[in-house]
Structure formats: structure tokens, C-alpha cells
Design a protein around this ligand. Structure first.
Ligand SMILES: Nc1ncnc2c1ncn2[C@@H]1O[C@H](COP(=O)(O)OP(=O)(O)OP(=O)(O)O)[C@@H](O)[C@H]1O
Length: 245
């Protein structure tokens, strides 16, 4: 029944139409439609359990038990909230995990430098801080030279300062590389800070779309930033004024 098609596309980095996924007879993704342009940064918000991670796993090719169409580039990579590093492999070997062929250490150097982790190439994962582990996880995604980078709450477990640094890093990496990004997050501010477009998901569909036409780098003190943030919070059913109080 499933018409799962994963193949390179040119006009859009992601084209999803009529996508459906059910678990135990319960629809979690329900007729979802989504297009992401090449090089576009899209953030995905939505209440817990609305299907964000399920969508991301489908786009990553980790779940093929679907109905409908999901077209994504062959070169795609994913990073999760938990860095998922193999404790028995040094950082540079973790970065190479799963790459086809027999890639050499040199392949990791540029990408570890890019995420500010060049000096930790020979470290064991257990000696990394949370922020460093997340950078290693990002390096493992970037070494694949993705046209589509899928990020599932990659900053969710970081402390506030480390989180700001990691957000900035992802913004820089995206601008330098020009890949499309789909970022799942619970943080409305993070979405407005980074994305070209913010989507709100509910009950397995995209129910709202907000373009963010603010120059970069963006500042939370910009009144237009605050207005977008408030509008999105309202969409999510959060009273921004009450939240600020
Ligand atoms: N493998 C699975 N088997 C059964 N149910 C699942 C499975 N994966 C996800 N679900 C269910 O699908 C629904 C959507 O889950 P999903 O993880 O996609 O939500 P989410 O929007 O990412 O939530 P959160 O923001 O809390 O991470 C949930 O009710 C979840 O329990």
C-alpha cells in the first residue's frame, strides 16, 4: 500500500503530499503536505505528540511504513536531541560512523573544525560536555555533505548559554553551506531566530505557516521579532502576555 518514494528532487528539497502514518490503527501523520525549497531553513513547532518526530524520521528514511509521497534528496542527514555517540569510539570515528566505503580520518578534520571541535578529535565521548557532544553529532551529520539537514530538537537538552552558542553555530553552518534545514523545536524564539519559515503542526498536519522576513542576524529586542513570537505563541495556544508575566 505504501508509496514511499525517496529520490533526488531538484525544484524542492522536500516534497511531501498526502502523507499518512498510523501506529496501531491511530493516525499520527494525516494527509500532510509540505514543501521545502533548496537552501530554505524551516522550523517546525507543535504541541507534544502531534507527530513532529514521526515526520522527521520519515524524511530521514528511518520509517518507510507510510502512505503518500515523500520526496527528499539522497544526501540528507539527521541529528537528534540525544547525540547518540558510540562510547567505545573516539570522536573522529563517531563522525565517520555509517559513511559508505572506508573513509579516512582526514575527512573528519574540516568538519570538526567547522563545529569548533577540531581539538577534541581524539577524545572519548564520555569526556565531552553536552554542548561538545551535540557538536560532534552535528559534525557527523555535516560530514555527509547533506542537501537536507534534519534536526530534531538538537538544543533541547543544553543549558541556556550553550544553547545560544549552538543555535548560532547552526545558523552559520546553514549560511555557509546553503543546505535546506528542517528544525523541530519546542522553542518559539529559536524558530523565529533561525528560520525563513515557521510551521505549526497539529494532529498530523501543518496547520499554520509563518514567513520570517527579518534580516539576519536577528535580535529578540526587535519589536517585529516580538510580534512574530507572540503571534506564533497564540497559534500554539499560549498566552504570550501571561507567559511573560
Ligand atoms: N513507534 C511507535 N509506536 C507507537 N506509537 C508511536 C511510535 N512513534 C510515535 N508514536 C506515537 O505517535 C505520536 C506522535 O509522536 P511524535 O514523537 O512524532 O510526536 P512529537 O510531536 O515529536 O512529540 P514531542 O514534541 O513530545 O517529541 C505519539 O502519540 C507517539 O506516542
Amino acid at each position: 500500500m505504501a508509496t514511499d518514494v525517496h529520490r533526488p528532487v531538484t525544484k524542492s528539497a522536500v516534497h511531501v503530499e498526502g502523507l499518512a502514518r498510523a501506529f496501531d490503527g491511530r493516525a499520527v501523520i494525516d494527509g500532510l503536505r509540505l514543501d521545502i525549497a533548496p537552501g530554505e531553513f524551516v522550523a517546525l513547532l507543535g504541541r507534544s505528540g502531534c507527530g513532529k518526530s514521526t515526520l522527521l524520521r520519515i524524511l530521514a528514511g528511518l520509517d518507510r511504513d507510510i502512505q503518500g509521497t515523500a520526496l527528499v534528496p539522497r544526501r540528507r542527514a539527521v541529528a537528534f536531541q540525544a547525540p547518540r555517540l558510540m562510547p567505545w569510539k573516539k570522536v573522529w570515528r563517531n563522525v565517520l560512523l555509517g559513511l559508505p566505503g572506508r573513509p579516512e580520518r582526514a575527512v573528519t578534520e574540516r568538519v570538526l573544525d567547522e563545529v569548533g571541535l577540531g581539538h577534541r578529535a581524539d577524545a572519548w565521548p564520555k569526556t565531552l560536555s553536552g554542548g561538545e557532544a551535540q557538536r560532534a553529532s552535528l559534525a557527523r551529520a555535516l560530514v555527509r555533505e547533506p542537501d537536507l539537514l534534519l534536526l530534531d530538537e538538537p538544543f533541547g537538552a543544553l543549558d541556556a548559554l550553550t544553547r545560544i552558542k549552538a543555535q548560532r553555530l547552526v545558523g552559520e553552518v546553514w549560511q555557509r553551506r546553503g543546505c535546506a534545514v528542517l528544525l523541530v523545536t519546542h522553542d518559539v524564539e529559536e524558530a523565529v531566530l533561525l528560520a525563513d519559515r515557521v510551521l505549526v503542526m497539529d494532529a498530523g498536519r501543518i496547520v499554520h505557516e509563518q514567513r520570517v522576513d527579518l534580516d539576519r542576524p536577528r535580535g529578540i529586542t526587535d519589536p517585529r521579532f516580538a510580534a512574530l513570537r507572540a503571534a506564533l505563541l497564540e497559534r500554539l495556544g499560549v498566552d504570550a502576555a501571561a507567559e511573560a508575566a
